[in-house]
Design a protein around this ligand. Structure first.
Ligand SMILES: *[C@@H]1O[C@H](CO)[C@@H](O)[C@H](O)[C@H]1NC(C)=O
Length: 403
């Protein structure tokens, strides 16, 4: 298509936006900083056996399975890779279909390699500091106190992190499976993110352990507005821990790129796309396995965790947005539409199930809803034959009722 004036204007606006918002503009490129960036790149990008260029601009490196970044983690020094879990939860009542990622259009990674999205120098420069690259800074998981009103938990409701989440106190939980609707919400500022995910957690304060996965739109981290498959974990209440394959998660699959673009996305009032995520604790091996669509992707080794070495106490599902600036953002959550609009318009998570101590998936029950500012982002739940336990969540952010 020939560039029309509108198209060019959009491009100019987008570039100006990037220049204004990019924190990198402020940080001078000293020799010291240059060295730090190069050393982080060397640590993150392992020498590939093959490379695939994705139409979305990503470079996917096929790295030998034994050379993946997981094994840089001090807790995994003598770790032996497990290629398969020793057990698998029963009681699945929903068949998973394979997922598609944009890079699949241009090739496949060979056997015994894992696809890793290459980190580029500019990816790191967009972070607020080198130390913050790929880090998450909420300090806590979605907080139940926020259902009592905005004043009780300023950290959750101040506009920086906002949630539309359902939370299940599970006693001893061993995982979850749910079907996630896929959308491409609009991000108002380069530093904002919008995500849809599950949280598996145990412990509190500096002893909080979490396993998190879902899809995320985060211009500063990924250089575009595509929804990307992400994972995250922490074993110390978010003091450390980072996104994707930065270290700790052991990937076994050669077809799914964590941090890669997921496609196609749903359209408002039109075709809906969704995919399943299952995370379960292998009750013999102890590791927490991740399955996306019908593929086992890999696992978080049990040895990474203190509290989650045994079981989870809380499991949550829903949306979160982050905005670095004070005041309300118009960054969208989910589809950008509110739960009351229902199927095909509001974003859903359905067939929400929890793995119990007998390694069986059951519909999640006793959900508590967390939406600190329901006029900005909200969540509702229900049960039906087709959808099992489900939620609708999301919203537009800033609007006349949400200032
Ligand atoms: C938010 O959702 C709840 C149901 O979960 C509903 O009762 C409430 O009216 C909604 N709030 C707004 C502002 O839409």
């Amino acid at each position: 298509m020939a560039p029309t004036p509108t198209c060019l204007l959009t491009l100019v606006v987008a570039l100006t936006f990037l220049l204004l918002e990019g924190p990198a503009a402020a940080a001078p490129m000293t020799a010291e900083r240059q060295r730090e960036v190069q050393s982080l790149l060397k640590q993150l990008n392992k020498p590939p056996l093959a490379t695939i260029e994705s139409p979305d601009g990503d470079i996917i490196d096929c790295v030998h399975i034994s050379k993946q970044p997981a094994f840089d983690h001090p807790l995994l020094k003598d770790h032996t890779i497990q290629m398969q879990p020793s057990s698998y939860p029963g009681g699945l009542y929903h068949d998973s279909h394979p997922i598609t990622q944009t890079w699949h259009q241009n090739g496949k990674c060979p056997e015994n390699t894992v696809p890793i999205r290459r980190t580029k120098e500019e990816d790191i420069l967009r972070a607020s500091s080198i130390r913050m690259y790929g880090k998450k800074s909420p300090g806590s998981i979605p907080n139940l106190n926020s259902i009592n009103g905005p004043s009780s938990t300023p950290s959750v409701t101040s506009g920086r992190h906002q949630y539309g989440v359902a939370s299940a106190p599970v006693g001893k939980g061993y995982g979850t499976k749910a079907t996630f609707n896929l959308w491409r919400p609009t991000i108002a500022r380069a530093g904002d993110f919008s995500l849809t995910q599950l949280w598996i957690s145990a412990g509190s304060g500096n002893d909080l352990n979490t396993i998190e996965t879902g899809w995320q739109v985060y211009l500063n981290l990924y250089a575009d507005n595509n929804p990307r498959l992400f994972i995250f974990w922490t074993n110390d209440g978010y003091q450390t821990g980072c996104y994707n394959l930065c270290s700790g998660f052991v990937q076994t699959n050669n077809q799914i790129a964590i941090a890669g673009t997921l496609s196609p996305v749903s359209t408002y009032g039109g075709t809906q796309y969704d995919f399943d995520i299952l995370v379960f604790k292998d009750q013999k091996g102890g590791n927490w396995w991740l399955q996306v669509g019908s593929s086992l992707v890999g696992y978080w080794p049990s040895s990474l965790f203190s509290q989650l070495a045994d079981s989870a106490s809380t499991i949550q599902w829903g949306g979160e947005i982050f905005s670095g600036d004070a005041g309300q953002t118009s960054t969208q959550m989910g589809s950008g539409h509110f739960p009351h609009e229902g199927f095909g318009k509001a974003s859903h998570i359905k067939n929400i199930q929890v793995v119990d101590s007998s390694n069986t998936l059951n519909p999640a029950s006793g959900l508590q809803l967390i939406a600190g500012q329901p006029h900005c982002y909200n969540v509702t739940n229900g049960n039906s034959g087709d959808f099992g336990t489900y939620i609708y969540y999301g919203g537009s952010g800033k609007n006349p009722n949400c200032q």
